[in-house]
Design a protein around this ligand. Structure first.
Ligand code: GCB
Length: 596
């Protein structure tokens, strides 16, 4: 039986959009790890399809055909082919796949015993970039976007005994993609994050938000939403350590809005306090760990829980350089975030796309504030009529997943886009969209187009006005010559907002000695000098509220072709590809320890 889920537009137009998406089974339930799930990670059999012909009628790989008789043959086979580990990118698992950019078909079977009155969903943490999902011979649909979760409902198709999931994962770069054709990181493809089956009763909690009231920090406020428009359904909200045990009833739309006086200890980087939270509807329980804090700007300050803070940040790509692979696990997050905290950070910019949930959650436990962004990166074609729908959807998928993570303080809608009428309109609309979905965090985009007038630097991109913070990627001393002695450079605050220097740095090969006055030998000394010069400049920017060096560790990028110094790596890491500390690391660390 095919079910239609009906939602009313109770909490604004975003709900209407999510209704439409849910109806075709795509927007993921948030906090999959706090629900009743069966893990489908492990070895999946694959068919490698470099010419991407498997969707055509001749191959029809999704049918998983077997030869029918002596005169029949099939030119692929899951059973006789290799297996790949899921989660995990396919590029790092087979040597011949290193630079592969096309389709891989994955197959996984599982045994199931359907229960009356249960529903079953198939949830992917992420598949880069396109995913076509087939289940027991049915085409469930497609998801576009390599870094956000999605799901399909299996209830109508699941059978007793063996069930078959087949996924076409295609990582070809596309002009109409987000990101587009060109980007400065490695294009790891495949089923890169966890896969789960989610079991729910007929009525279940689809979505919720539990957070501190922005205006009154004695109030815990939010909403809980059921999948059905059933009034008077009881939902229990429990936070035992705060002695909260509320019995709440849904309204006609199947939703609860609540506000409860309490006095939680606030989450801070020094004391990242989280509270166990349970949401209990008839037969459905969701567990979470939630922290409470406020974040806002006042003039040129950023206030965490009402107090000014400086964001001691670092940029991170979702890559384990020693393994030359996409990071995906809590163990990987421990390595990357451990490095960031050794550097003295209280903040990380997760570039340039939403990273996996383990990373966000571990950062929350470690007291690291997070900037999350969607891959609206450099060469996006803003004139493409599909772009608005695609970018908004990605934004919504990211925000939906992480809206209960108190350490996420900034949503960024773009990185380094060139002004044009189409781009300006898109970014302004994206910022408005982000605000309409969540007014409890700060919205920004990273810009690289400041104006130089002699030794003065000013902001001229009018889109900056629409952001809560101005974020600038500058690269003085590397891509851009210093306009004057760094100690004399003056930044003008055109829009009277807090400034974050969201990128700066330069390339050096670990252990490469050279002179501090020439970039061309990729020497540590040259980049060390960039860092000391940058810090001299930072000390003269009265409205600077955060810095993020580019980048924590060297990362793979096929566009970096220098045969001696780069060899397919962007060498701007403070750490080498083996985690060794370069000279610039120590400069940044002393700045963050306030002993520069
Ligand atoms: C940038 C980009 C970043 C690049 C970096 C670089 O401005 O935002 O993605 O990797 O510069 O190294 O050129």
């Amino acid at each position: 039986m095919k079910r239609t889920i009906i939602f009313f537009a109770i909490i604004g137009s975003s709900i209407l959009l999510s209704f439409m998406e849910k109806a075709n089974g795509q927007t993921a339930m948030n906090n999959v790890y706090g629900r009743h799930v069966i893990n489908l990670n492990g070895n999946w059999k694959v068919v490698i399809d470099p010419f991407d012909i498997g969707l055509g009628e001749w191959s029809a790989i999704y049918k998983d055909r077997k030869p029918k008789g002596k005169t029949d043959f099939v030119e692929y086979s899951f059973d006789l082919g290799p297996a790949l580990s899921v989660p995990g990118d396919f590029n790092s698992q087979l040597p011949e796949m290193t630079y592969y950019e096309s389709s891989v078909w994955y197959k996984r079977t599982f045994l199931y015993d359907p229960h009356e009155n249960n529903r079953l969903f198939l949830h992917f943490g992420a598949v880069n970039y396109l995913a076509d999902v087939f289940f027991n011979g049915h085409n469930l649909g497609r998801h576009e976007g390599g870094f956000t979760p999605f799901q399909f409902e299996l209830t109508d198709y699941v059978t007793e005994g063996e069930n078959v999931v087949i996924v076409r994962a295609n990582n070809a770069r596309r002009k109409d993609g987000i990101p587009g054709i060109g980007f400065d990181w490695f294009n790891y493809g495949g089923i890169t994050r966890d896969v789960h089956l989610i079991e729910t009763p007929m009525t279940f909690i689809t979505d919720y938000s539990v957070q501190l009231d922005k205006k009154d920090i004695r109030q815990i406020t939010g909403f809980i939403q059921l999948n059905r428009t059933l009034p008077d359904q009881e939902i229990i909200l429990r936070i035992p350590e705060l002695k909260i045990d509320l019995k709440l009833l849904t309204n006609a739309g199947g939703t609860i809005r609540f506000s409860h006086t309490s006095g939680p200890q606030l989450w801070t980087p020094e004391n990242p306090r989280l509270y166990a939270v349970q949401l209990i509807a008839a037969g459905d329980t969701v567990h979470d760990n939630i922290g409470f804090r406020t974040i806002e700007t006042r003039g040129t300050d950023i206030l965490l829980n009402g107090k000014p803070i400086f964001l001691k940040g670092v940029n991170i790509h979702e890559e384990i350089p020693q393994r030359k692979a996409r990071a995906y696990s809590e163990a990987d997050a421990r390595v990357l975030l451990g490095w960031a905290s050794d550097l003295g950070c209280n903040f990380v910019r997760l570039a340039h796309y939403p990273h996996n949930e383990h990373t966000i959650k571990l950062a929350e436990k470690m007291g690291l504030m997070v900037w999350e962004e969607i891959p609206v990166y450099q060469g996006i074609d803003f004139t493409d009529p599909q772009m608005k729908m695609k970018t908004e959807r990605m934004l919504e998928e990211m925000m939906n997943r992480d809206k209960n993570r108190c350490n996420v303080i900034i949503w960024s809608v773009a990185n380094e886009t060139s002004p044009s009428a189409a781009r300006d309109k898109s970014l302004i609309e994206l910022a408005e969209k982000a605000r309409s979905l969540d007014n409890s965090r700060l919205i920004t985009a990273a810009f690289n187009n400041v104006k130089f007038h002699g030794h003065k630097i000013s902001f001229t991109d009018t889109v900056m006005k629409h952001m809560d913070l101005v974020s600038v990627n500058e690269y003085l001393g590397w891509y851009k010559a210093w306009p004057d002695d760094p100690g004399n450079v003056i930044w003008e605050n055109t829009f009277s907002k807090p400034l974050i220097i969201s990128e700066f740095g330069g390339e050096a090969v670990f252990n490469n000695a050279g002179t501090p006055d020439s970039a061309s030998t990729w020497s540590e000394d040259y980049v060390e000098k960039i860092y000391t010069d940058q810090i001299r400049m930072f000390q003269n920017i009265p409205f600077l509220r955060g810095t993020c060096p580019w980048i924590l560790a060297d990362f793979r990028s096929p566009g970096r072709m220098h045969p001696v110094y780069q060899q397919g790596w962007n060498r701007k890491g403070l750490l080498s590809d083996r985690g060794e500390r370069k000279k610039a690391w120590y400069i940044m660390r002393s700045y963050y320890r306030n002993d520069f």
